[in-house]
Each structure stands twice: as C-alpha cells, then as structure tokens.
Design a protein around this ligand. Sequence first.
Ligand code: HEM
Length: 386
Amino acid sequence: MTSSRRSAGISRRGFLTGAAGLAGAGVGAAAVGFAVERDASTADPARETVDFYGRHQAGITTPMAVHANYIGLNLADRTDTAALRGVLTLWTQDGARLTQGVAGLSDIEPELAAAPSRMTVTVGVGPGVFDSPTLASRRPSWLRPLPAFGIDRLESRWGQTDLLLLITSDDAMSLAHATSILTAEVRTIAPVAWVQRGFHARRNMFGQIDGTEQPPSADYDKLIWNDGAEQPWLAGGSSMVIRRIAMHMDTWEELDRGPRDLVLGRKQDTGAPLTGTHEHDQPDFAMTQGGIPVIPASSHIARAHRRADHEQYLRRPYTYDEWPDGTGLIFTTVQRDPVRQFLPSQQRLAEHDDLNEWTTPIGSAVYALLPGATPQAPLGTSLLAT
Ligand code: HEM
C-alpha cells in the first residue's frame, strides 16, 4: 500500500470514472483513457486519493486524515462465515470505489463520492469472529480484551465488537456519505453497535501537541506489519487498540501552565521536553536540578516512555468532542502484537500517570486488521480460505 500524495492523474481518473458512473455507464478507470497528468503540488486536494488495494490496508500507517469515523458492528450470526465473506466483499468493492472518488455500487447520491480527499477504508475483526468453529484455530493469541485496569470506567456502549470499519477523509461530507453507504449495505448481517466520530489536529483539547514521539517508518515492517509467523493468514495485517478516553476540561482548566507542563513532561507552547527547547529534542529523563529530575518520573511521558525496544507502537489519536456530553481522545494504536508492544506501557500508566487525574478510559476494544486486498482477492480472503 502506498500512501503518498498521488499524482492528480490517478485522482482525476477516479473522478472521471465517478462521473461516468453518474451517467450509468459504469466505465472502469482504464477505459476512460484520457486522464490528465498534473503536478501533485497543484492538484485539487478534494480529488487526492490513497490506494485502496495493496499488501497492507490503507489507514494504518497512512498520514492521518482530518476526520475519522470508527464504526463498531456485530455479526447477526457469528457462525455464518458466508455472511462474513459477503460483508468483506461488499466493503472491498465499495471501499475500492469510494476511496478513488467513484460512486458505490448502489449509490443513490453518486455526486457525494466525487471528493474522496485522501479517503481510507480500513477493516478489522474482533475476537467474536473466531467464535465460529471453522475460524477458532485462526484467532491470533493476542486477540482478546485488554485486562481490566484500576483507572477504567468502561461503558459497554463503547465496548468490543465483532467488526471494525474505520473510514477517514479530509472531507466531512465524503466521510458521512461513505459511512452511510458502507453501513447500509450490511445492515441486516452486521448491524452497527457504535460510531465514534473524531477529528485530528496538531493539538489535543488540553492544548498539548500530540504525536511527537513515534517509531520511524523504517521500523514499520518490524513493529506494525504482521509477519504471519503465528497465523499465516494475517501476514501483512496488523492490530489496532482503541481506547476512548474522556478528558476532564473543567478541572484541567483550573491548572496553571507550570503544573500542566510537569504533568506531561513537555512544554505546552512548543511541545519540547522539559529538558530541551525544540519539539523533537530527545527528552533527557536522567537530567536533575538540585537533585530532582527535571522531567518528573511520574509525568505522562516518563511513565509512557518505552522501557524496552519492543515496547513501541504507532499512536493515531483522534479527538472527539461531543459537547455537552464530553470531550476526549479516541486513543488509537497500531502494532504487530498489542500484548507485547502496547500492554506494558498501558499497565505502567494505569499504575501511575500524573495525567490520570484529568483523564478516564471509558471504552476499550482490540481488533486484528486484515491484510490488504487485491481486485482478485477481497478483504478476508486468507482468513476465510478453506
Ligand atoms: C487522554 C489521554 C492522553 C493524552 C491527552 C495524551 C497526551 C500525550 C502527549 C501530549 C504526549 C507528548 C507528545 C507526543 O510524544 O506525542 C504523549 C506522549 C505519549 N503517550 Fe500519551 N496521552 C494520552 C494517553 C496515552 C495512553 C493511554 C498511552 C498508552 C497506553 C499513551 C502513550 C504515550 C506514549 C508512548 C508517548 C510517548 C512517550 C515518549 O516520549 O516516549 N498516551 N501523550
């Protein structure tokens, strides 16, 4: 899967195909044949596309889009693998179309598909899928609920589901349209349990720069993508942890800037660690002043920081703002193995993190993200192979 800015040629072809679909012609992109190549820097961002097909699904390491809908669905009958295959095939067909600016197969509002704006569609499966006797032996060992943590106040309405459909786009209307299409067509076999709507910005609602310390892309093969060693069907896939974490704005607003920075271990204005001046300066957890650590050992970054090389994962937090119900993060991580890579830091933070006074986890779910699809092999082909 490539997630680079695509040349306008591809985007424009997709758009023209959409227009052809409008006329009822249903012509494939290649048949349109007169795509105009333009410099990507002058491309219309609304028509910018991310490949849907590839070894990996898009939306896992792709640069984050502005808007995201996380959709949790439950299978009406977990033993019905034919129904599951149907859902995954429909999502492949329409995911491949909508992400390229082409109307869905039974799209009654095809005009709304014309501005994909870097849309991605990503599909995951929860533990419940492996309740089916034919799939039981294919469950990855780590695909189970995270242990209960003392800080949790989990609400079942944000809990684990059988399927995850994650749709992202820079355009809110295109996202709403794709959400409507992809959920409506599976309504009877896989009804929606919850939708978590979020947006991504450089700062979170506490005003902090979020997303500074991340593993380098050179390490994705090792840290993000499954190698198929335990479950051959999952090679090229990954895993996603979704924690819905409420952020308590009322009490956070009572805190002055100095204490805020000590709670995080970084300066809110620049995002620099308390031991540095620039955002990407490495924090020096050993530095002391008058015998006291400059970055408090109890601060969020000191507690969250990896204690071993394998404790690394990609954080992809989206902000939710459901005022007056509350605001917070759809805190999302992707990694090859959540138990090995993610759980140690989550356990540490649950034991102590100064930030916990202002945050409360209210939702938790874990999914295996399927390997990528090709036009010949829809999502789930390796999982459902007989
Ligand atoms: C509402 C809850 C949370 C907020 C507001 C928050 C905010 C932040 C911010 C502002 C940073 C510093 C900038 C950066 O490196 O991105 C950070 C770093 C980090 N956070 Fe969180 N975070 C939250 C929850 C969590 C959770 C639940 C985990 C993992 C279980 C986590 C893991 C990390 C890690 C690993 C880092 C990088 C630490 C390092 O410097 O090595 N965070 N977080």
